[in-house]
Design a protein around this ligand. Structure first.
Ligand code: ZN
Ligand code: ZN
Ligand code: ZN
Length: 365
């Protein structure tokens, strides 16, 4: 067995052994797509990849989905065991598992499946497989980095193009739809979010674009991204319609300085929370500490939000190939919000910015 997927499965088995787990169980989820190149929808019928240190991996699938599973990239490299409607899938899984010990379950397994497995293997103790699988997924290989860079460039181009469209007199929804179209036109398979938060709506970081008409002197926060070749983009830029509102330039400057400070803190050997502290310290010094009320970033890859979390309390040591967002913001209730977000990769000696679009304040019409 060699190749991308068998390697990932083997490394999962090694990490599981090191973590004292008898088995790692992965249901349909981005984890399964990562490990097996197999991405069926999560359904009531149990599909389960069973990885055990010192044993061959087995994919348990509903018999009606066995042809699909066999055709997947890992299908030829592992045993695909079917269970048929009328069988008890949890007993079928139990036959592949040790009767006792610690078993790691993927975070996205439905509770109904986990409860079924717990009933079928009552002597085993179940824990999260996340420390094992997240660690592997967090460090991207060259293909994954290239895919994330492509997605970021397409988002950059979409931002450049949206800046030459009209904002004043149109609704947030109008601009949001334009952004979604641009993401797709620039190569995304689909747009997953296109937040457009104008004026006071910018106070809400995850504002749902609505019917508010954008006016002159509004600040507009745009946070947009989607899937491109299996990997995601996620970019935020804040623009102003004509003259900035009162107090805006100082706030924009503080967020930009925090963004610079966070980027400068990214390097192998630094802790994830060091990046957050760099951004937060900069904003605190300018007197807006209370107005920055979320983490500085999140990992990104097969999911828009995935580990590592770039926040206080995460002492995970950064390694080359880790990818995450850097997105400090300041939010002033009733007035406006400012956020700047780029996706970055930890490089051999520092940071590689995957987004390249300007962070200089853009004035739109
Ligand atoms: Zn967000
Ligand atoms: Zn975002
Ligand atoms: Zn983000």
């Amino acid at each position: 067995m060699s190749g991308r997927y068998p390697d990932r499965v083997r490394r999962t088995a090694d990490e599981a052994a090191a973590a004292g787990l008898e088995a790692v169980l992965v249901a349909p989820s981005p984890d399964l797509a990562y490990l097996a190149g197999y991405d069926p929808p999560p359904l009531e019928r149990l599909t389960l990849l069973v990885i055990r240190p010192g044993a061959d991996a087995v994919l348990l699938v509903p018999t009606l989905e066995r042809p699909l599973a066999l055709a997947s990239p890992l299908g030829a490299d592992l045993e695909v065991v079917g269970w048929t409607d009328g069988d008890d899938p949890y007993q079928a899984a139990a036959r592949l598992l040790p009767g006792a010990g610690r078993i790691g379950a993927g975070d996205r397994m439905w509770a109904s499946h986990l409860l079924g497995l717990q009933r079928a293997v009552p002597e085993a103790s179940f824990t999260t497989a996340s420390p094992v699988i997240s660690r592997l997924r967090a460090v991207k290989d060259a293909n994954e980095l290239a895919a994330l860079a492509r997605a970021a460039r397409a988002a950059d181009e979409s931002f450049r193009q949206i800046c030459s469209t009209r904002f004043e007199g149109r609704t947030e929804q109008d601009v949001s739809h334009d952004l979604e179209d641009l993401l797709v036109r620039n190569g995304h398979r689909r747009s997953d979010f296109a937040i457009v938060a104008s004026g006071p709506n910018g106070f809400s970081p995850h504002h749902e674009p609505g019917g508010r008409t954008i006016r002159a002197r509004d600040a507009v926060v745009m946070d947009f991204g989607g899937e491109f070749g299996g990997y995601f983009s996620d970019t935020t830029r804040t623009v102003v319609v004509g003259e900035p509102p009162p107090g805006f330039p100082e706030v924009y400057d503080a967020v930009r300085a925090a963004h610079d400070a966070a980027l400068a803190a990214v390097r192998p050997g630094a802790a994830a929370q060091d990046v957050d502290r760099a951004a937060r310290h900069t904003i605190e010094l300018r007197g807006y500490g209370e107005r920055f009320f979320h983490n500085t970033g999140h990992g990104i890859g097969l999911e828009v939000h995935e580990p590592p979390w770039i926040g206080e309390g995460n002492d995970l040591v950064l390694e080359p190939g880790m990818t995450f967002s850097v997105e400090p913001g300041i939010y002033l209730e009733g007035r406006f919000g400012v956020r700047i977000e780029d996706i970055v990769a930890v490089s051999a000696d520092g940071v590689d910015r995957l987004n390249r679009s300007t962070r200089d304040l853009q004035v739109v019409d």
